[in-house]
Ligand binder design. Structure first.
Ligand code: NAP
Length: 392
């Protein structure tokens, strides 16, 4: 994945170091597996790659009293690119998501997730090679803004009273409340990045995925703003689907309602390439598409803003596998390859992807994939990573 913004392009030379957040759960063992592979791939192209670990997550909280110490945030903000393992977030209470906090604090407004199949990886669909998509998920707002209050809390009661008195909105007693803020600015900058990327990669279409039939002024507005960006910022280069001619050379801008899109990606995946969508839709859609190419173990991702980028697997901490040396390192490894693309190290990125594909082709699979093939042996995280390392 090349740098999404045409200017300024990051230099191809090695940055002094890449900040590394090992993460919680399976994060540290996955980092231990992939760092030697990334380092060797870069060295094969005469690049000296150094990772510098910064504290974050549960271990940092125990040792420093902060889950995201200021030195860590500074390192992420000032480095051109960073690599990150997953960080845990409790459900239903406790701390807010550290992942969301990083994305919002650094304005990493696009969560970019390419989805394509590696031959030999078992898939639940008949033709996984038909999926070749890249999701641009808005990363800073929507229901992820963290604006919600428990039922019967003073804040929820106050908001409920305001809604009743000022807007005539009547809600049931003890209603939990949340807000879904979505701005024209954030929606447009996300779609702009997606269109620029799709044009550079010569993709046939960009699909705006929304739920605007129900949430007219948030999700519906996302759709309208997306078409506006295409029309105003890319005149002559894009065309709405309704006006496109057969074989149109311009980027076709489509839109699909989210529930339909989930069906479309299963039934007609080859009709979709770039996808731009608000935060929550993008979260769901990423895992759904990841499942079709073999699961979360092979789904890379990046959080990209105008001045910083944090590369991370699509999956979380997979707590039940933590410390067992069984998790699939491919998602984090492919996120590292994406980072290489971003740094304009496409040759090193290719080495990583080729070594992984050759390892799979040679019959090595971690348990998440091997269990889908009757009788197939499975490799541990570390053994699988050693096989990749040998092939770099
Ligand atoms: P998860 O950690 O992604 O795990 C869900 C399931 O996906 C696992 O049980 C496992 O499936 C499979 N899986 C995930 N990673 C895998 C890997 N590397 N290799 C093989 N299989 C893998 O999602 P979760 O259980 O919903 O969330 C756990 C924690 O992670 C939560 O605290 C959540 O907030 C956090 N999280 C963090 C991030 C992030 O840091 N960006 C993202 C998502 C979630 P099977 O059980 O079928 O084997």
């Amino acid at each position: 994945m090349p740098h999404p913004d045409a200017t300024p392009k990051p230099p191809a030379a090695a940055p002094p170091f890449i900040p590394l957040l090992e993460g919680d759960g399976v994060g540290p063992e996955l980092c231990a597996a992939v760092i030697p592979i990334l380092t060797k791939a870069a060295a094969r192209d005469s690049r000296s790659l150094t990772f510098k670990t910064f504290p974050a997550g549960e271990k940092a909280l125990r040792e420093t009293g902060a889950s995201l110490p200021p030195e860590t945030m500074k390192a992420l903000a000032t480095a051109r690119a960073s690599l990150k393992g997953p960080l845990a977030t409790p459900v239903g209470g406790g701390i807010r998501s550290l992942n969301v906090a990083i994305r919002q604090a650094l304005e990493l407004y696009a969560c970019v997730r390419p989805i394509s199949h590696i031959p030999g990886v078992p898939s639940p669909v008949k033709s996984p090679e038909k999926i070749n998509a890249i999701i641009f998920r808005e990363n800073t707002e929507d229901v992820y803004a963290g604006l919600e209050w428990p039922a019967a809390s003073p804040e929820a009661e106050a908001l409920q009273a305001f809604l009743q008195e000022r807007l005539g909105v009547s809600l049931k007693e003890r209603t939990a409340l949340g807000l879904k803020p979505m701005t024209e600015m954030a929606s447009k900058r996300l779609v702009k990045m997606a269109i620029a990327w799709a044009l550079r990669e010569k993709l046939p279409s960009l699909t705006l995925v929304h739920k605007g039939n129900i949430m007219k002024y948030t999700e519906g507005a996302f759709r309208a703003w997306g078409y506006e960006v295409a029309r105003d910022d890319f005149p002559g280069l894009t065309v709405p689907e309704s006006e496109a001619q057969e074989g149109d050379a311009r980027l076709v801008i489509k839109d699909r309602i989210a529930d339909n899109m989930f069906m479309q990606t299963l039934l007609r995946p080859s009709e979709y390439s770039a996808i731009a969508t608000p935060n929550l839709n993008g979260d769901y859609l990423s895992d759904c598409l990841a499942a079709q190419i073999g699961g979360l173990g092979v789904a890379p991702g990046a959080n990209i803003g105008d001045s910083a980028a944090v590369f991370e697997a699509t999956h979380g901490t997979a707590p039940k596998y933590a410390g067992k040396d069984v998790a699939n390192p491919s998602s984090l490894l492919l996120s590292g390859a994406l980072m290489f693309d971003y740094l304009s190290w496409e040759d090193s990125a290719r080495r990583v992807r080729d070594a992984l594909a050759q390892t799979v082709a040679a019959g090595f699979l971690t348990q998440d994939l091997a269990r889908q093939i009757p009788g197939a042996p499975s490799s541990s995280t570390s053994a699988f990573a050693r096989q990749i390392l040998e092939r770099v």
